[in-house]
Structure formats: C-alpha cells, structure tokens
Ligand binder design. Structure first.
Ligand code: C2E
Ligand code: MG
Ligand code: MG
Length: 882
C-alpha cells in the first residue's frame, strides 16, 4: 500500500505528486527525522516513570501472592509469574533505553526494539486481564492489570510512534483472545480498541502530515540546491557547514580548491584552523575587536565578518557569514553559512582608506590625518613633559599664479612645494596639506623655540626659491604661523585657531615671515576681520578717495605727472593705509571693483589738468590677470576723454611670476590702447631682469627702500640705483626714484641720472583740489622741502612686535624704524632710560633703550646699529602714507 499525495511547490506553485511510503509512516524503516527523535527524547523523559511502574507491579504481585496464599491457590502461580515478567520487562526497557548501547543504535533500530517489547508487554497484559475478567477469584489480577494497562498506554501514547501502539495492541489482543472467553474478549477488545485506535489514527495522521511536509521540503530544496549549485559554480560565493564541535562537515568546491587538499582531508578539520588567529585579523576591529572564534564558541551568528584565510604564502581575505543550526528541539547542531573572497574588495577598501587620509594631489597626509596626528601629539604632550608644535603655512602669491597661469601649473607648483617641505622637515615632524595653498607641519615633540624658528626660516627660504613648472619660472613665498601645544591650545581645534591667528599676523605683517602665536593676536585678528567686513561697504558709502602725489622731472623740477593713491577714511577708525586694505581687498575679491573705481576717478581728475601732466594709476596683479581689464581701461579713457598717452599704469613685478603668454598678451593689449606702462617697486620682489627685455615698459620706478639709506656711507644702494638707471636708459625707459625725502637723497638721485623723482622732498600726496591748485601755476615748478641730510633713514611700517622688560612682554606697534632706532605705539609707556628688548619677528631680539615718550608713542634707540634691510628684504609692508 502506498500513499500518494499532491503537494504544491510554494515557489513555482507547481503541483507535484508524492509517494509516501507506508512503512515509513508506521515507523518501520529508518526515519531519522524530527518526529522520531522527538519521540525518543520524550520517551526518555517518560521512561522515568518506569521505576514507579515497577513499584506498583511489586505491590500488585505481593497482593496477589498474599491473596492466593490465603486461598491456598498455588496453581495460579503462573499469573504471578506473568506479572513479575512485566515488571522485569519494564525495568529492562528502562535500563535499555538509558544504556549506552541504546544510544549507539540508530533511531529506527530503537523503534524496532521497542516494537517487539510492545508486543510482549501487550501479550502479558492481555493474558492477565483475560484471566482476571473470567474468574471471580482473580479480581485483584484484573484490577492490577487495568492499572498497568492504563499506565503503559498513556506512557506509550505520550510520545509514541504508531508502531508501538500497534505492537501493544497486537500482543494484547492475541493473548486476550487466546486465553479469555469470547464474549468477554469481544467486550474488552472493543473497549481497548476504542481507546487505542483514535490515538493510533491521530498518530498516523500527524506522522503523515510530517512526512508530507518533509517530502514537500525535499521538493523545494531540490530547486534550492540547484540554485546553490549554480551559485557555487559561479565561484563568487561558497558554503560551509560544521558539526556541533566546529568541524567542517560541508565545504563548497571553491573552498576546497582554495586549500588544494582532498575533500576527505579538509572535512573534519575545525573551521577555526582554516582562518588566521584573531591577532592577525585587522578586519576584526570593525566588529568591536571580536574574533570569529568568539562568535563560534558562543554559538552566535555573524555576518560579513572579514577574516584572513590560513593559506600559507597567500594574502587571501574572506568575508564570512554564519548562523548556528538549532534543530526543532532547540538543540545546537553546528554552524552553517557562506563566504566570499574579500581580498580585492579589502585591497580597494584599504586604498580608499589611504586616499581618504591623504591629499590626492600631493600625496601628503590630508587635513583629517593631520588633525589626528595633532591630537595624538597633544595627548602625548599632556602626559609627558614635552610640548608639540603646529606650523600653519600659507603660500604667498599662490592665488596669482593659479589665476594667471591656470590650475594645472598651480597644481604642479603645489606638488613641488610638498616635496621641498618634506625635505626640509625630514624626520622632525609630519607634513600635510590642509587644502588650497595651505600646508601644515606637526612637530610631535617640539624642540626649543629657537630651533622651531630655524625650521620655519629654512622652510620659508626653501619655498621662496624659484620653481620651474611647465616652462614657467615661478617665485612665490611662504608665511608661517606657529603655535605650541598644550600652551597655545590643548585641543586640535584650539591650537589650530592659535596657529591660524599667528599666520594671519604673519601675512598681515608683510608675508614671507613666521610668527609665533601670542595672545594679543586674538584682538588684532578680530580687527582685521572687521576691516574686511567694512571694506565691502566702503565703496558704496563713498569712503574711498584719491590723493595725487606729484612726480617731478629731475632736471627741470617741473611736475610732469602725478601718482593717484587711494585713501580710505573709515567712519570710526579714521584713515586706513592702502598698504593695509589693498591686500585685504585682493584677498576677498574686491580689488577689481575698487580698482575700476580708482581708474575712472583718476582719469576724470587728470582730464582737468594741463595736457603735459600725466596720471599714474596703480594696478593690482589681480586686476592685471583679469581679461576684462583692457576694456575697463578703455571705458575709463572714453568716459574722461583723457588722452591714452597721459595714462600710466603702474604694475608690480609680481605679474612676472608667470612669464606666460597671458602676461605678454595683456601687456601688448594695454600697449595697443596707447597707455604707458610703469614697473612699480622695482627691486623689491621678483627682480629677474629677463622680462625687462621683452616687456614694453616706459618707466621703471625704483623702490623707496633703495633710495632710503643710499646716502649712508658704505651703503651699496647707490650702486644698484646707478645700474638700474643705465639698464633703463639702454632699454629706452624712464626712471622714477621713489621716496626721496632729504636734500642729500635728491642730490644723489640726480647725480645717478634718474629722470624723475617722487618723494616728500617735493610733495606729499595732495587732495584733488590741492593738486589742481598746484598745477594751475604757470610753470608747475615745485619747491624742495626737506632736511638737508637724511637722518638714519626711517622706514615707516605698521608692524606688531613685543616689547620685553622686567620679565613682561607687552604688545606694541612699530610706526617706523631706522638703523639706529624705532618709533613704537604703546598703551602704557615705560620710563625713559629703561633698557628693553624688542621682538620683531627676527630670530634674535633687539636690545634698546627708551629715549622719549609722548602721546602713546615712544622712541627707542638700538644699542647697536641694525641692518634695516633685514626687515624690508621680504617687503613686509608697503610704505605707509605720511
Ligand atoms: P606705491 O605705488 O609704491 O606708492 C608709493 C607710496 O610711497 C605711497 O604710499 C606714497 O605715499 C609713498 N611715498 C611717496 N613718497 C614718499 C616719501 O618720500 N616718503 C615716504 N615715507 N613715503 C612716500 P601709499 O599711498 O601709502 O601707498 C602704498 C601702496 O599702496 C602703493 O605703493 C601702492 O602699491 C598701493 N596703492 C595705493 N593706491 C592704490 C590703488 O589705487 N590701487 C592699487 N592697486 N594699489 C594702490
Ligand atoms: Mg605706485
Ligand atoms: Mg612704488
């Protein structure tokens, strides 16, 4: 007999016919399924009642024996024997099922053994019951047997397989019919059947459902396994399974192939032997520093766990996922899971990680890595008695290079800067790029302040050497702000802010220098920020004006031109020097607008002057790099109706940082408009003479720093001026010496052959009305007005410094400096005659004596003469207007 069942595949919804084997349903063939093991487990529990059963039998036997002894019925001893046999059987079953031998038997064998036992038990019962029911003397037998039967039936029914009930029924009925009267047999048979048959039927039904479910699962799993095979063949993923002891019981061919070992050898190996131990698994840190062994030994599921394969000589990484296998009885039976090769992904993740921590252009550590380095250094500095240093670097004039030569050249330049920086810093610290032209150096263990200053000076020196990028010769500079942790900041954020302020001051003080952080800088930075904000609204509010400084012909002493110089009257701060606000306007992108305004205003003013007087207008390199600049010039000329030849554009050497085609094109564009071109501040910056040959300049303006001090005996400035003049003459250019203040300077300049002179000796910059008045004269000859001899030439500047005396350090502001002394602004003047030292950002401090004090200013004399060019060599500030 066969059961045929129709089942439906839940995925495909197809109907499948299933043959359910009868023997399997009856539990007669090996059925290592959940139902069987469930039975055995519950039987094992139920078996514990067997001692009680044995006790009840012993009592029963004792009772019967006593009654029969009283009655002298020795012949019925067989009944006693039968009951005793039952008791023994129950105990044997108990011992048997608890024994090790039973546990070694397959579940099906155990079922078969129990089947035989059931028949015997059933038979004994039948016999006892039949004889008890047919003879009045045997009533105790009968009662005893009924108790026994109920207990056994309930025991077996509790977790039995149908086959056991069947066995019980067979044995019972057989003996009952053989030994009892027919009518009583029939009555009891009906009674027994009515009790047992429903149980049997319900058991068969449950089993049938279970077998059907298992069969259906097999149908479905055959498709699943086809898919799994497909997966396994694709080599992308592999599967594994372990037993409860963690030994491999299954491995996909791909996994087997990785180890190049026969299947038999690999199966049975502990899974943990196939992967590297925890310490080697850097990937484990992603999972809270737990290793896969932790999950396996704690029978916890894990997913996408990175592990390194224990394959000698290969760096293979797997991503493993596993789930504990728990059977229907809640028992742990092992692990099952999948894995995939993670090597490539891990490599690219490592690469991504590396890229995320380094700057893609220069390959230097990026901001986040530098912040981390800083944090580590600070943490170390807090624990150990050491300090760390942070240098923030900003490249001077980089923006101009980038704007004028293009980003590819800018990028090339940054790469070279990175290389030079690394070379200078070496093993003393770590170099990183924060972005744009901002670099940083962290010295985890800071040396003495003077040594840090040495490193800073070396960096500035190296970065200021010319670069060759894509055929362009480029010169830039660098400014550095330095903060020392944990003094200037004990968190990465605060030390960064301090170094940033120091950098701010370094840039404001003329660039090309380094500054150590000082708490007073906070106030100054605040000031600069407000200036920036105010600058934006100044043009609309009409706070800018132009003043005009005469340029005089050195032989005739007639005014032949004027330089337009911008002035900003701040509503609350009063006049602010162009040396201060022009660089800020360049930085914040306002210079084009302001410069355009100055150009138009100056042309309109010059149009009112006599025709032989020209007007010179300063042009910022940022304006110069703007392709629309020539049209701005033409507009200004058109609007004012000024003759183009009367307009002179003053350009600084900075524009030749990029000797590219754009510069040449701009110069010739401007030239074609008909304006004159003057090279301003000659000698202060780039000073590569090569460009002079091809650039169509009409004039060279020799910077004031050469004129000042030229008359001091032994100074070589005069020789320099002389050679510039002869160079200009040979190229057909005029020369203007800027900043002549004294008679002897005037004499010297004249004798050196400069064609024009501009300086306070003739006139300070004048307002529009004043210059109109001045030019309204008949011959425009100006009177000289100055000292006969130059005192030690004073150079005006706005620069912060620290005055140190009596253990105190006071922030002061330098107004001007000469070889012999310095004038400072100080809020609390110190007594005249006090010896002090002045820290002006040089490596050594200057020893001075206070000479005078008046109105918040003081004069200090240096204890020995200093070389002022040290302060001006990098052109720290442009001269401040008088
Ligand atoms: P600059 O073009 O070299 O202008 C000459 C500077 O030297 C002016 O300073 C002028 O007042 C000053 N000066 C002239 N003769 C003497 C002298 O005998 N002694 C002293 N101590 N100083 C003298 P100012 O007006 O403060 O301008 C500073 C710089 O600001 C200028 O240097 C120029 O580069 C820039 N600047 C001024 N106006 C403008 C402008 O409209 N546009 C642009 N882009 N820059 C401007
Ligand atoms: Mg100028
Ligand atoms: Mg100048």
């Amino acid at each position: 007999m066969k059961f045929i069942e129709k089942v439906r595949d839940s995925r495909s919804n197809e109907a499948v016919e299933l043959e359910l084997p009868t023997l399997a349903i009856l539990g007669l063939v090996d059925r290592d399924d959940a139902a069987t093991s469930e039975f055995l487990v519950s039987l094992k529990k139920s078996i514990n009642v067997l001692p009680a059963l044995a006790l009840s039998l012993a009592i029963g036997v004792g009772l019967i024996t006593f009654i029969e002894y009283q009655a002298g019925l020795w012949s019925r001893i067989a009944d006693v024997g039968a009951l005793t046999a039952l008791a023994i059987l129950a105990l044997v079953m108990f011992a048997g099922l608890k024994s090790k031998i039973a546990f070694k038997m397959s579940p099906a064998r155990r079922v078969n053994a129990l089947f035989l036992l059931s028949i015997i038990v059933g038979g004994a019962l039948g016999y006892c019951l039949a004889s008890g029911l047919t003879s009045a003397e045997r009533i105790p037998d009968g009662i005893n047997a009924i108790i026994l039967a109920i207990m056994l039936v309930s025991l077996v029914a509790n977790g039995a397989l149908p086959i056991l009930q069947l066995g019980l029924l067979i044995g019972f009925s057989a003996c009952f019919f053989l030994s009892g009267s027919l009518s009583a047999s029939a009555a009891f048979g009906a009674f027994a059947l009515s009790g047992l048959v429903p149980i049997l039927v319900s058991r068969v039904m449950t089993d049938r459902a279970e077998i059907k479910r298992a069969a259906q699962e097999r149908v479905e799993s055959s498709k699943t396994s086809a898919l799994i095979t497909m997966f396994e063949e694709s080599d992308r993923i592999w599967f594994w399974e372990t037993d409860r002891n963690g030994r491999l019981t299954y491995a996909s061919p791909k996994l087997l192939a990785s180890f190049n070992k026969p299947k038999e050898q690999l199966l049975g190996t502990p899974l943990t032997d196939l992967i590297e131990s925890g310490d080697d698994q850097q990937g484990a840190s992603a999972k809270g520093d737990r290793t896969i062994t932790f999950y396996l030994s704690n029978r916890l599921g894990f997913s996408d766990f990175p592990v390194r394969a224990a394959i000698a000589g290969s760096d293979q990484w797997w991503s493993m996922t596993g789930r504990p296998i728990i059977d229907s009885l809640g028992q742990f039976r092992g692990f099952r899971g999948n894995g995939s090769d993670f090597t490539e992904k891990r490599r690219s993740e490592a690469e991504i990680n590396r890229l995320a921590r380094s700057d893609s252009l220069t390959g230097l550590p990026n901001r986040s890595l530098m912040i981390q380095t800083l944090e580590q250094s600070l943490a170390n500095a807090k624990v150990n008695p050491v300090s760390c240093a942070l240098m923030l670097l900003d490249l001077d004039r980089f923006k101009i290079v980038n704007d004028t030569l293009g980003h590819p050249v800018g990028d090339g330049l940054l790469k070279l800067v990175a290389k030079r920086l690394e070379k200078v810093v070496g093993s003393a610290g770590r170099v990183g790029r924060l972005g744009g032209d901002e670099f940083t150096v962290v010295l985890p263990v800071a040396p003495a302040k003077t040594d840090i200053a040495d490193i800073g000076a070396a960096i500035i020196h190296q970065l200021s050497q010319p670069y060759m990028v894509d055929g362009s010769n480029i010169v830039i500079g660098a400014s550095i702000g330095i903060a020392i942790g944990p003094n200037d900041g004990d968190t990465a954020d605060s030390i960064m802010r301090s170094a940033d302020l120091a950098l701010y001051v370094a840039k404001a003080d003329g660039r090309g220098i380094q500054k150590f952080f000082d708490p007073s800088m906070r106030f100054e930075a605040e000031e600069r920020r407000t200036i920036e904000a105010d600058l934006r609204s100044a043009l609309n509010k009409g706070d800018f004006s132009l003043v005009y400084q005469p340029v005089v012909c050195s032989t005739s002493e007639r005014i032949v031109g004027c330089e337009a110089l911008m002035r900003w009257m701040h509503p609350t701060r009063g006049p602010i020097s162009p040396a201060v606000f022009i660089p800020i306007a360049e930085e914040v992108g306002l210079i084009q607008k302001i410069g355009d305004w100055a150009l138009r205003e100056a042309c309109l003013e010059a149009a009112k002057w006599p025709a032989h007087v020209s007007i010179a207008v300063n042009v910022s390199p940022v304006q110069f790099s703007d392709p629309t600049f020539p049209s701005s010039v033409m507009n200004a000329l058109a609007q004012s109706q000024l003759e183009p030849g009367r307009l002179e554009l003053e350009i600084t050497e900075t524009v030749f940082l990029n000797e590219g085609e754009d510069t040449d094109a701009m110069l010739s564009n401007l030239k074609s408009i008909g304006v004159r071109l003057a090279l301003d501040d000659f000698g202060t910056g780039y000073s590569a003479l090569g460009y002079l040959r091809k650039a169509p300049f009409d004039k060279i303006k020799i910077d004031r720093s050469f004129v000042a001090g030229a008359t001091v005996p032994g100074n070589r400035n005069a020789a320099i001026i002389k050679s510039v003049v002869s160079l200009a003459e040979s190229l057909g250019m005029d020369t203007t010496a800027e900043g002549a203040e004294t008679m002897d300077e005037l004499e010297l300049i004249r004798s050196l052959g400069c064609s024009h002179i501009q300086g306070y000796i003739f006139s300070k910059p004048l307002s529009a009305a004043e210059i109109e008045y001045e030019l309204g004269g008949i011959d425009n000859i100006v009177q000289v007005n100055g000292f006969q001899h130059s005192r030690a030439a004073r150079i005006s500047m706005l620069r912060t410094a620290n005055l140190k005396h009596g253990g105190y350090s006071v922030p002061v502001r330098i107004r001007n400096v000469s070889t012999t002394g310095v004038q400072i602004e100080i809020s609390n003047p110190i007594p005249v005659g006090t010896s002090v030292s002045l820290d002006i950002g040089l490596r050594t401090e200057l020893l001075c004596t206070a000479q005078w004090a008046a109105g918040g200013r003081m004069g200090l004399s240096f204890n020995g003469p200093i070389d002022v060019t040290l302060l001006t060599a990098q052109k720290p500030t442009r001269s401040e207007a008088a």
